[in-house]
Design a protein around this ligand. Sequence first.
Ligand code: FA5
Length: 355
Amino acid sequence: MLDKIKQLEKKIKEEIFSVQQSIDLLAIEKKYLARQKGELAQLIKRIGKLSNEEKPIAGQAFNQLKQKINQWLKQRQQELECQSTKDNSTAIDITLPGKKYLLGYLHPLTRVRQQVSDIFTSMGWQVLEGKEVETDYYNFTALNIPFDHPARDMWDTFYLKKDNLQFDPQLIKETTKNEKLLLRTHTSPMQIRVMKSQTPPLKTVVIGKCFRHEATDAGHEHTFYQIEGLVVDQQISLSNLIHTLQDFLKDFFQQEIKFRLRPEYFPFVEPGLEMDISCFNCHGKGCSVCEQTGWIEALGCGMIHPRVFQEVGYPANKYTGFAFGIGLDRLAMIKYKINDIRWFHRGDLRFNQQF
Ligand code: FA5
């Protein structure tokens, strides 16, 4: 009987360790250890028929075999589990859905800046950005706005201490002893910088940030963008200015735009005009976006004042030219029907993701 138990032990061990799936271990367990019909249940019946001397020896061998089978089953089960985690870590399940990578979005103002830049480049204009920190001279005085001129009130701004501006030595060099540095209130200082450094014919557009000490509302921000246009040559007229603006707006909005021109005072142009575009939000009825007027003020413009030509050193009566300053944020609001300018700097992704 002992030989028989030894042979059975060898057979069962081989069977258990050749199994490749847990489910087959269950079958082996059932085959040998099932209470009624398992092979060990048959074996114990036969042991019961042995003589009194053989019975305890065979019984002990039987119990040891049973213990070993349970132990091998457990061991093999653990080995199989280990193997399957290892396989899974390197396996690629091609039926699983792919990982979704979030795409970035261009801010609507960046988008509009690029469109404006493309339009003027295609018309052969030079595109510049200019300095955000300016001297009092370039922002005001050179533009025919002397120190005590009331027009300065329209463009109140943020003034800076010179000690904080170590990074721009050229700007420090340009300021006189008591002159103030400031965050530019408009892109018009670039008219002076361009005319001082280049001779006509000039066709330049400056797209950049401006800053004002504003009480903000749906149409006004303290930080916004302007597009400054400057054309200087011989025999440039007001009709060239109006035609250029009309062409630009048509290209930008991809349709004819309803606008009106009205006289306005800017010290650096004569005559000066302001252009309003029909309000997209109320279609002329009046709302908070257009301050109940039905029109959105989009730009200031005019023919360059002779005093400005004199300031930059151009010979008297040789050149004429025009300039305009468009609010880029306002253009973006009209194009994308945004009813509050403050959305642009709120940093709300739900807003940005719409463009
Ligand atoms: C100027 O800034 C002049 N430099 C424009 C100019 C240039 C006139 C060349 C003549 C010749 P104004 O302050 O009106 O003008 O501003 C021009 C445009 O900038 C406005 O029509 C408006 O579209 C935009 N703008 C002005 N202030 C704000 C503001 N606080 N928030 C958003 N956009 C503004």
